[in-house]
Unconditional design. Structure first.
Length: 324
């Protein structure tokens, strides 16, 4: 019989909601690698058990099928709340449930943080800025968001979750941290999430037309998953500060959607042509983070170039198509 490694008496007990999703699976692996005990909580709405299959034999890793819109009663030292579908194709499928997940889920996880006195992380989003009229977007910008459009279930849900974090901190002295996550990509992306990087790579590998919404002149900035996870963990490692505000996490290198499509076609050696489609309602024309706060308080900045990150992501989807 193979002996399991001994558990460290100082290991932190960490809850990761949305732990079998794209970012959650990377975060679970990161926390296990540093010696923590990890409880992965997910209802598998968009998460996939296959993403955490390699972690299941670790005695410090536990999986619980649970919906965060219902209370959770466990013991923990830290909570990373990543539970919520994050791509438009998924969060617009059931917009009422998306809002519930963001708002009621945050209430339930903050309640757990209050009971356990656990440090709390809330995964917010660059979508809180809406279609910005300030560029790049600093944390002090309050946004240009509609509360009634098809994206509002996600945008407004995340804005309310941020409000809850800071009200719990003021009212209940919860040690809560909020990161506004900008476009992130890498291995473990859901193949059907409709995000631009996964869409372009799969379309190129299959030889299908590359779908661009609008004229392709809209810009985005893309952060590789490993860099993003380093930023999340660094934010949680900071000593408590009384006026701790939201922190942008993303890559400030900006690229047009058309340039991204052309880059993916070139890197995959594809013969795919570009197919232009109408721009969806409320789709922002610019999205780029001002990360000066993260650089100042955490000495964090992305390290992975877009070319290197795309190369690894393309390899991941090549393997995915082989096994499909």
């Amino acid at each position: 019989m193979t002996a399991h490694p001994k558990l460290s008496p100082t290991a932190r007990r960490v809850v990761v909601t949305g732990g079998s999703g794209f970012l959650g699976s990377h975060l679970c692996a990161k926390l296990l690698a540093r010696g923590d005990e990890v409880l992965c909580v997910d209802n598998y709405y968009t998460g996939r058990r296959a993403l955490i299959a390699d972690l299941l034999d670790d005695p410090r890793f536990e999986v619980l099928r649970h919906d965060v819109t219902f209370p959770l009663y466990v013991e923990c030292d830290e909570i990373y709340n990543l539970a919520c579908p994050a791509s438009p194709i998924h969060y617009q499928r059931d917009p009422v449930q998306t809002t519930k997940t963001s708002v009621i889920g945050a209430i339930n996880m903050l309640g757990l943080s209050k009971r356990c006195r656990a440090r709390f992380f809330q995964a917010s989003t660059s979508e809180v800025y809406g279609d910005p009229d300030i560029h790049p977007q600093p944390e002090g910008y309050t946004g240009n968001v509609t509360s009634i459009g098809p994206r509002a279930c996600y945008d407004e849900g995340k804005r309310c979750a941020e409000t809850l974090c800071f009200d719990y901190r003021r009212q209940n002295r919860i040690d809560a941290r909020v990161a506004r996550i900008f476009n992130t990509y890498g291995p473990n992306m859901h193949p059907d999430d409709g995000r631009v990087v996964s869409n372009f790579i799969l379309q190129a590998l299959r030889g299908d037309p590359i779908t661009i919404f609008g004229d392709g002149g809209q810009t985005r900035s893309f952060c590789y998953a490993d860099d993003l996870i380093e930023g999340i963990v660094a934010l949680m490692e900071l000593d408590p500060v009384e006026d701790f505000g939201p922190v942008n996490l993303g890559n400030p290198h900006e690229i047009t959607i058309r340039e991204l499509a052309e880059t993916v076609v070139e890197m995959t050696g594809s013969r795919s042509k570009i197919d232009f489609q109408p721009l969806p309602q409320d789709d922002p024309l610019q999205r780029c983070p001002d990360i000066s706060r993260a650089q100042s308080i955490m000495d964090w900045r992305p390290k992975t170039s877009l070319a290197d990150g795309l190369e690894r992501t393309i390899a991941y989807f090549e393997d995915y198509l082989k096994d499909a």
